[in-house]
Design a protein around this ligand. Structure first.
Ligand SMILES: [Zn+2]
Ligand SMILES: [Zn+2]
Ligand SMILES: [Zn+2]
Length: 413
């Protein structure tokens, strides 16, 4: 996929999470509002961030692909291995939530075949990045650290960013900006898994220049898709504003073939249901669906006769199989790509946001208005109805509570 497509997918996934969050949560993932807040400051980075894998990392030949084949000669004994087969029912039970590409393939014979990956390690790239983001979140600066658990109790009792901490062991390591950038990069790889030709072994030039598919097909499909998304002027947004995000992702170019009404994104948590915590498995299965889609969609290979007939790019594909199919497949791919990005972002976030421990309890009695460590003996004297629970001190301070001089210290009164 190309730059605008990648930028749009990341931004659309962001809006999707924002839209279906209810009281700051989606299903059992908590504080989704904080994820939105974190990303919101850096949306101007989408245009560059979601393109870094192509512009700076340049691992297209292995990181962006997971090319599979059903060729028995290449598969060898794997063609008898049960693991090389993933029929519809199995994929359906693994890939939870709404998956338009998989549904499209429901009755296709290709899903009963044996096939295996021969090239590329896209799922590894995705799992590596998800772990990286998780680690960055754990090591992140204010305010992220406050959603962490008790391990940080000592280090993060104050607002370290405000204090300008110099001690490396206490100070912020990864900024929210770096985390946002990494999430945008992650979206690139997840999106690429949905481009069927990134998962199809036939689409590559190999030894002896053997290339069953026309070299122009893949780039020309992506060039055609690119026309459907906002240009840099739009996607390279400035300051965060909810309206402008809506404007950008919903007001597609006039000739866009993306039909947001017909191929609706999930309106609730159910559609984004996560399969399990295994992102690698999730990506392998997304790539399997993608490969099967390629096999049914691109069913004509680059044989000599076909070359003579002029079958070499997206225009020919559309001419041969109809505009309707092209629009249908395109919409299903982008629908699933957006939801996969949102789903995996939420998965990373959900792992980070484990149930925060209540570490502080404040006394809201207007003559006291003090916050205590939850172990403070003074709490024994506080009426139950006056107790407010906090996971961190900063929220308590924002609500006007002063530190207890006994258990926390640094009282301002
Ligand atoms: Zn591509
Ligand atoms: Zn790519
Ligand atoms: Zn106290």
């Amino acid at each position: 996929m190309k730059r605008a497509a990648h930028g749009w997918i990341a931004l659309r996934a962001y809006k999707l999470i924002d839209d279906i969050s209810v009281n700051g949560r989606i299903g059992n993932v908590r504080h989704t509002d904080k994820l939105i807040e974190l990303l919101s400051y850096y949306l101007s980075g989408v245009w560059d961030g979601a393109w870094i894998p192509d512009s700076l990392i340049c691992d297209m030949k292995y990181g962006h692909i997971f090319k599979q084949t059903n060729d028995p000669k290449i598969l060898g004994s794997k063609s008898k291995d049960k693991r090389s087969q993933a029929p519809y029912k199995e994929l359906k039970s693994i890939l939870k939530g709404k998956r338009l590409c998989l549904e499209r393939l429901k009755k296709e014979e290709v899903l009963n075949e044996h096939y295996w990956s021969e090239e590329g390690h896209l799922p590894d790239r995705v799992i590596a990045l998800t772990h990286t983001v998780s680690d960055m979140l754990k090591l992140g600066d204010f305010p992220l650290a406050f959603y962490l658990r008790e391990q940080r109790r000592e280090a993060y009792e104050g607002d370290l960013s405000a204090a300008g901490v110099k001690n490396l062991s206490l100070s912020p390591t990864f900024s929210a900006r770096q985390i946002a950038t990494t999430l945008f990069m992650l979206s690139h790889y997840i999106a690429d898994a949905h481009m069927p030709l990134h998962c199809d072994y036939r689409d590559y030039s190999r030894r002896n220049k053997i290339r069953p598919m026309s070299p122009r097909l893949h780039p020309s499909i992506e060039e055609e898709w690119e026309k459907s998304f906002p240009k840099e002027k739009m996607l390279g947004i400035g300051k965060y504003s909810k309206d402008s995000v809506d404007d950008i992702v919903l007001n597609l170019p006039k000739n866009s073939i993306i039909e947001t009404d017909k191929y609706k994104l999930s309106a609730s948590a159910a559609g984004l249901k996560k399969s399990n915590d295994n992102v690698w498995e999730e990506m392998v299965n997304i790539c399997r669906v993608s490969y099967a889609l390629s096999r049914t969609w691109i069913d004509k290979e680059n044989t000599k006769e076909n070359q003579e007939a002029g079958y070499d790019d997206v225009r020919e594909l559309i001419k041969r199989k109809g505009k309707e199919e092209f629009i249908d497949v395109t919409n299903q791919i982008f629908h699933d790509a957006v939801e996969s990005v949102a789903r995996i972002w939420l998965l990373v976030w959900g792992k980070f946001i484990k149930k925060p421990k209540i570490l502080f309890i404040a006394n809201k009695d207007k003559y006291h208005m003090e916050v205590h460590q939850d172990t403070c003996p003074w709490l024994g004297l506080v009426k139950k109805s006056n107790k407010i629970r906090f996971t961190n001190l900063i929220d308590a301070h924002k609500q006007g509570f002063d530190n207890c001089a006994h258990c926390i210290g640094g009282s301002k009164r």
